[in-house]
Ligand binder design. Structure first.
Ligand code: UD1
Ligand code: UDP
Length: 363
C-alpha cells in the first residue's frame, strides 16, 4: 500500500488537492492522509470547502495560523516533520506555492521521503513574491514533478530539472469541470447580489496590491467607476487593507465576504469579465471562458496571456480596459475562447497513476 501524506494549508490548495485525494481514495494501491497546516483557518477560507469538495477531515491540523512567512514555514516544518516521523508515509504530496508547500518539501526531503510537487514548473521570474521562492525550492527538492503545461516542463528543463517530470494538466480543471454544472444549478449567488449577468467579478489579495496604498486606491477607484456592477469577495487581507485606506465604495463596487466554492464558480461563470490577482482565478476564468484582467506586472501563468484570454494590466490602466471590455461585446468576444491550456480534467488520476508507477519502480 502506498501511503500518501497530502499537505494543504490555504483555500486554493483545498480546491486543487481535492481531485488528487479523490483519485488516491479510488486507486486500490493508495491511501491518502490529509494534513492541514492551518495557515487558513476561518470557516469561509477553509472548513466551508471540505463538504463541497468531498475532502475528508484532515488527520491533523497544525494550526500555524497567521504570522510571518518565516514562522508559518518554521511551524509547518516542525509539525510535518513530526507527522512524517510518526506516520512514515511512502510519499508526501504538495501543491502550488504557499508556505505549506515550502514547509512540507523541506520536511519530506530532510527525512528522505519521496516528495511530489503538484503544479511544478510555474515561474513568474519575480523573486520579490514569496510564492516564487517557494516554487523554486519545491521544484529543486522534489523527486516527482507534476507540471501542468508544456511551458512548466520547459521552465524545469531550463533549470536542469528533467528527471521525474510528468506533464499532467492542472487539477483546477478537474475541480472546475466537476463543480461548475452543480454551481449553475444550485447557487443563488447572482440572485442574492441582484445580478443579471451584466457585471464583473473581482478578487484582489496579493500584498503587492493590498499593501501599497497607491496601487490599492487606483484599483478600487477603477472598480468603483466601472460601467457595470463589480462584486469583490474580499480576502481578509484585502478587507483590512481597504479599512486602513478608508476607501468607501459608492458607485459600482460592492465588497462582499469570501464566497463558498460553488457560489464563487457561479459568479465567475456568469460574469462579463474577471479582474483578479489570484493564480487560481486566472486559470478558472480560462476554463469558464470569462475574459480576465490580471492586475499584476507579471504572471506565472503566461499561457493564458499568450492564448489571448487573460491580460496583465497595471492599476492606472485598469479603468480604461475594464470599461472597454464591459461595454464592447467584440472586444470581449476576442478574449472569450476556451484554450486547452490546463488539460482535460483528469489531472488528479494522472498524478496518482504516475505516483503509483514510480513507487512500483522503486520497489
Ligand atoms: C496565502 C498564500 C498565497 C495564496 C493565498 C490564497 C503564502 C506565502 N501565501 O496568502 O500564495 O494566494 O494564501 O488565498 O503562503 N487571515 C484571516 N483568516 C484566515 C487566514 C488569513 O483573517 O483564515 C488574514 C490574516 O490577517 C493574515 C492575512 O489574512 O495575516 C494573510 O494570510 P496569509 O495566510 O498569511 O497569506 P494570504 O494572503 O492568505
Ligand atoms: N475562491 C472561492 N471563493 C472566493 C474566492 C476564491 O471559492 O471568494 C476560490 C477560487 O474558485 C479558486 C481559489 O479560491 O479555486 C483561488 O484561491 P485564491 O485566489 O485565494 O489563491 P491563489 O489561487 O491566488 O493562490
Amino acid at each position: 500500500m502506498v501511503t500518501v501524506l497530502a499537505v494543504v494549508g490555504t483555500r486554493p490548495e483545498l480546491v486543487k488537492m481535492a481531485p488528487v485525494v479523490r483519485a488516491l481514495d479510488a486507486a486500490p494501491a493508495t491511501e491518502p492522509r490529509l494534513l492541514h497546516t492551518g495557515q487558513h483557518y476561518d470557516d469561509e477560507l477553509s472548513s466551508d470547502f471540505f463538504d463541497v469538495l468531498g475532502l475528508p477531515e484532515p488527520a491533523r491540523n497544525l494550526e500555524v495560523g497567521s504570522a510571518s512567512g518565516a514562522k508559518q514555514t518554521a511551524d509547518g516544518l516542525v509539525g510535518i516533520d513530526a507527522e512524517i516521523a510518526a506516520y512514515e508515509p511512502t510519499a508526501v504530496l504538495t501543491l502550488g506555492d504557499t508556505n505549506a508547500v515550502l514547509a512540507a518539501t523541506l520536511a519530506g526531503a530532510k527525512r528522505d521521503t519521496l516528495v511530489g510537487h503538484i503544479e511544478a514548473g510555474l515561474r513568474s521570474g519575480d523573486r520579490s513574491m514569496p510564492e516564487e521562492v517557494n516554487r523554486v525550492v519545491a521544484d529543486h527538492l522534489s523527486e516527482l514533478l507534476f507540471a501542468p503545461t508544456d511551458s512548466a516542463v520547459g521552465n524545469l528543463a531550463s533549470e536542469g530539472i528533467e528527471s521525474g517530470v510528468t506533464r499532467t494538466g492542472n487539477t483546477i480543471v478537474d475541480a472546475c469541470l466537476d463543480h461548475a454544472p452543480v454551481a449553475r444549478e444550485r447557487s443563488d449567488a447572482l440572485a442574492r447580489f441582484g445580478l443579471d449577468g451584466d457585471y464583473a467579478l473581482a478578487t484582489i489579495h496579493r500584498p503587492h496590491n493590498t499593501d501599497d496604498p497607491d496601487r490599492l486606491q487606483a484599483i478600487l477607484t477603477a472598480l468603483d467607476d466601472a460601467p457595470v456592477p463589480v462584486v469583490l469577495p474580499a480576502h481578509p487581507r484585502t478587507e483590512t487593507a481597504v479599512e486602513v485606506l478608508g476607501f468607501e465604495p459608492g458607485r459600482s463596487l460592492r465588497l462582499v465576504e469570501p464566497q463558498g466554492y460553488l457560489d464563487f464558480l457561479a459568479l465567475l461563470d456568469g460574469a462579463r469579465l474577471a479582474v483578479t490577482d489570484s493564480g487560481g482565478v486566472q486559470e478558472e476564468a480560462s476554463v469558464l471562458e470569462t475574459p480576465c484582467l490580471t492586475v499584476r506586472p507579471n504572471t506565472e501563468r503566461p499561457e493564458t496571456v499568450e492564448a489571448g484570454v487573460n491580460e496583465l494590466v497595471e492599476p492606472t490602466a485598469l479603468g480604461a480596459r475594464l470599461t472597454r471590455l464591459a461595454t464592447d461585446a467584440t472586444a470581449r468576444a476576442a478574449m472569450a475562447g476556451r484554450p486547452e491550456i490546463y488539460g482535460d480534467g483528469n489531472a488528479g488520476e494522472r498524478i496518482v497513476a504516475t505516483l503509483v508507477d514510480r513507487m512500483e519502480e522503486r520497489r
